[in-house]
Design a protein around this ligand. Sequence first.
Ligand SMILES: *Cc1c(COP(=O)(O)O)cnc(C)c1O
Length: 393
Amino acid sequence: MSDVFMNTYGRLPVTFNRGEGAWLFDTAGKKYLDFTAGIAVNCLGHNYPPLVKAISEQAAKLCHVCNYYLSDVSVAFAEALIAACAGAGMKKLFLANSGAEANEGACKIARKYSLVKYGKGRHTIVTLRGSFHGRTITTLSATGQEHFHKDFGPYTEGFVFVPGGDIAALDKALDPKTVAGFMVEAVQGESGITPQSQEYLDAAAKICAERDILLMFDEIQTGVGRTGTFLACEGYGIKPDLVTLAKGLAGGIPAGAVLAGEKAADVFQRGDHGSTFGGNPVAGAAGLVVLETVTKPEFLKEIGRKGNKIAEAITGWKHPKVTAIRQKGLMIGVDLTIDAHPLLEAGIAQAQSGSPGLLMLTAGAKTLRFLPPFIISDAEIDQGLGLLKSLLD
Ligand SMILES: *Cc1c(COP(=O)(O)O)cnc(C)c1O
């Protein structure tokens, strides 16, 4: 391993140089079944041929124009994305490069919406305990986990946390005199695959609508088909005011987006926001392939079916080390009686023994997280489950 990188990641001892479908190959040629999809990024797997073709062709035509101009492909991508999110009431968007950048944009919109309409002092954004919204100073400030709030202060003011599932606490926190927005993950990803209940999100939507507080869905992990509907909010029948996307949006090329419904669509005016790389043509070409594929109803149905298959299989084991399973589409959390991280190491070490390795994620110390690529086959799922079971045993 190289020592020129800053020490930010607890990296596992493997270096990849090739991928194909649900498989990654290391520099020694050993193969690993990918139950991570690069943390929900490689949603169509690795080297998906139509994606490779679109990226290559676009790179040969045009890689970048600055945002003083449009490119044909970013227009096509933006219109396709709005069409894909029309059911959730989305009208306009801003294209960015990452999740944190998308959430920053959403926070700016919520604050300006409130400032213009109600004046100063109504800028608080309420988020959930256990949430994860990004790594910039503001999105760390929005993240409701204490251990992220240690070394980088002063943090951005105006974020308040409430426990998920507690409607009374939310009702109290959403003070119409001080609060501009409520930001929520329909299923918390990073902190353990925790879905919010229908009742809770219905109540949040109702309170936000009544008090003119913007309802902001962070769909950076849940969006783009991950939970079995194109947006997770659709699965709940909720139309947020703002939705943020990134991760799977361009299938492995950096891309993010802030989408706004009617209320917030025209908050940003000329000069309010920008991003040099936002709307990049190569990302747009990749994103178009993702949208064409992942918006198909039969494809979305398969995501749900495959996710259920994994959850049902693990439940069926009644394994003494498994205490709970939470799953929505291909977002799966498995609580264990033991630490999860050593299993990630063992999954990689397994590849040294002749058997394929298994790539997994954690979500908290004792929770395994699986975010397989959508194109994974039933046979590959069975193989992955077999590897998992032997690791648990
Ligand atoms: C990954 C993630 C982010 C941050 O996205 P980056 O692209 O890493 O900035 C924000 N919110 C959620 C829910 C995420 O899963």
